[in-house]
Design a protein around this ligand. Structure first.
Ligand code: SAH
Length: 220
């Protein structure tokens, strides 16, 4: 076996191992697995890290950010329980990988990042993939996206100390939000918030590690 990233046989084997790793880490929802099989993570990772795109690890992207670990992307997507008629908001576009997966499952996806450069690069990939149901925008996602609210599903891929109030408000009744909470240098928990008729229900899923949710826009 060669270690060359462009070798087609090697690539097929890497992708197979990638899907196996997802399953063995608890990503069992067939729709999520199919979406993750379709969206090539290799397109979202650049430079020297591209060779590691099919390994189950977070990797550096531009602007000092990271593309999340695939099994965590899978578990978050699974917990979000997205249906084909749902409108989804993602806070933290990053590479665009998570948004591209959501676009396979939802009717419409809005994704925002505080870095213009990341939004532009993600838009290029969405265009290349012909994903017409994803809209990426530069914005401080801690305020949500009031013009497009309310949302059936909200996913936050950067850690806040508490679920931001505007995001809770922009969740439809019956809606689900999945997000990491906790300080950036401490243990964070992935939580699932469900909005019921009377209030919010919180479920703790597992420990995670994400970059922090930062206020304001980046300068790149
Ligand atoms: N979901 C991404 C990974 C996200 S990394 C992927 O699939 O690749 C977390 C992202 O959240 C970073 O790009 C960071 O810039 C962004 N972020 C942090 N605070 C934010 C905020 N207040 N509003 C919008 N995006 C934010």
């Amino acid at each position: 076996m060669t270690d060359h990233p462009d070798d087609p046989e090697d690539l097929a084997e890497r992708k197979m191992r990638f899907l196996f790793a997802l399953r063995s880490r608890g990503v069992t929802d067939a729709r999520v697995l199919t979406a993750m099989e379709k969206v090539d993570r290799g397109l979202f990772v650049r430079g020297i890290f591209a060779a590691r795109a099919y390994e189950d690890m977070p990797l550096p992207i531009a602007c000092g950010q990271t593309i999340s670990q695939p099994s965590v992307v899978g578990l978050m997507t699974q917990a979000l329980n997205v249906g084909p008629r749902d409108t989804v908001l993602e806070v933290g576009t990053g590479s665009g990988y998570q948004a591209a997966i959501l676009a396979q499952l939802a009717r419409r996806v809005y994704t925002v990042d505080r870095w213009r450069r990341l939004v532009r690069e993600a838009q290029d990939i969405f265009r290349q993939l012909g994903l017409v149901n994803v809209t990426a925008m530069t914005a401080d996602g801690s305020h949500g996206l009031p013009d497009q609210a309310p949302f059936d599903r909200i996913i936050v891929t950067a850690a806040a100390e508490d679920p931001p109030g505007p995001l809770l408000q922009q969740l439809k009744p019956g809606g689900i939000m999945v997000l990491p909470v906790g300080q950036s240098d401490a243990v964070q928990h992935l939580i699932k918030v469900t909005r019921g008729e009377k209030g919010f229900d919180y479920e703790e899923l597992r420990q995670v590690r994400f970059v922090p949710l930062v206020e304001g826009l980046g300068n790149e």
